[in-house]
Design a protein around this ligand. Sequence first.
Ligand SMILES: *Cc1c(COP(=O)(O)O)cnc(C)c1O
Length: 423
Amino acid sequence: MNTTKSEELYKIALDLMPGGVNSPVRAFGSVGRNPLFIDHAKGSRVYDVDGNSFIDYVCSWGPGILGHAHPEVIEAVIRACFDGLTFGAPTGKENVLAAMIRDIMPSMEMVRMVNSGTEATMSAIRAARGYTGRDKIIKFKGCYHGHSDGLLVQAGSAALTQSVPDSSGVPASFAKQTLVALYNDKDSVRELFENNKDQIAALIVEPVAANMGVVLPEEGFLQFLREITEENGTVLIFDEVITGFRLGIGGAQQWYGVKPDMTTLGKIVGGGMPMAVYGGKREIMKNVAPTGKVYQAGTLSGNPIATAAGIKTLELLQENEDIYTRIEANTKKLAEAFKVRAQKRGVPIQVNQVGSLMSAFFTDQEVRDYSSATSSDTKAYAEYFGYMLENGIYVAPSQFEAMFISAAHSDADIEKTIEVLTK
Ligand SMILES: *Cc1c(COP(=O)(O)O)cnc(C)c1O
């Protein structure tokens, strides 16, 4: 594979941006390669600047559920562009999108549009704190909710009793407000509630964890979180930035039948444009400015171009709900192929899959939380990544990410992928 032009661009980029990238995972650091620079993408394929083409299973980390450059989405975006890029004033399109979201996820009685998932989770937590008058929050080890200070936190050495920053630049005093529980471990959650009575404003969780690789909630775990937060007057926030409109149109809350107090959305909701949303119970959301005292604002929030892309994407998903049946069936086929690969090559692989969310972990342990996920052999993953790339298939450059399948992946794409996987 010729990568001359990518290498040239990478060299220049390294001097201009930290690691040559605008988001760390793009640097391919954990697979020991230099990044490919993308020229364009269409349907299920991405094309790099050297003219190599790949079947894409990153799909921009989730937004690309319809595939790249879907003609109807592009047309909606271009039309919106001609009407002006941003006004900083309300538009009818924001009503349309907000109403669509509420139709699809009835728990989101009121919403606020923002520009990134990071902003959505940060703002949801502020609203929950304003509403409850409490400071502490609970998050789960291995769940990712964007890069705001209070969420870049990990369990300290005395796990479950003290939290420490997970990034340099995060004050320890901020980290202290975030308590860290273990995914799928009810006792770890109970303990935090018992030790912090009437102090926990919110519990935030990825209802299907997809940022330590895909880890499914065990039977009853989400129901348990619903009950214990209710008992403690704590706001339950489902971070559905990945699962929203992916795990079926209604996200994890519909799939598992558990209704959170607040939800955060991103990725698919902007159809490939920068757009994210937080929302939930009216009683909570009315505390947000200007009706309430929780301040939150944005020059480009509800941006008309992003709104147009989001509306069109959700429309297409609503009109073609068979998309979900198809992408789930294709995901299952890929999951099977990983099992065949494991057998043929004599390497242990654990496959976690729900709907069109899937990860293949290079480990012999059942993966149900952060510690089992990180038992994976990341060197074996890096080898697999390189092998796939050389064979025209672009998967996530990290073991701890989901494999994203889109409606644009054809039967031929899936067959080719299975062939490469099982060779
Ligand atoms: C991607 C992601 C975020 C952060 O969204 P950005 O738009 O990258 O800021 C938050 N939560 C989850 C679950 C995510 O997957």
